[in-house]
Design a protein around this ligand. Sequence first.
Ligand code: 5GP
Length: 118
Amino acid sequence: MEDTIFGKITRGEIPTEFLYEDEHCVVIKDIYPQAPTHVLIIPRKPIPMLSEADADDQALLGHLLLVAGKVADQLGVGDAFRLVINNGEGGGQTVFHLHLHILAGREMKEGELASRLA
Ligand code: 5GP
């Protein structure tokens, strides 16, 4: 796969504040926040998109979900957040290195997801 900005960030080649990091992933603030809290959980392994993950990635994918819960807690939004993964161009993905968005701090409207899908 081609390198991406997230590859450079996870390797430390672009100085970026990590809100959380461990051997498997880093968490950064989104540069164009769509909510008062908007952070990205990025695995160090450069999987282009969720649909290209395979059975070997099972533990990593579970880990990313657990980190999401932990980081949401640390950010004080542990009981009210939305977790989003955009998959592929048609799914709104723009950076082709798997990442999870945590969005919080504003009302998450019921119809918002449906209207984006329409
Ligand atoms: P996607 O659309 O691929 O699901 O999400 C990519 C996200 O990465 C977007 O929300 C965008 O604002 C964010 N983003 C793109 N480039 C950078 C960057 O260089 N630094 C940070 N912190 N976020 C970025």
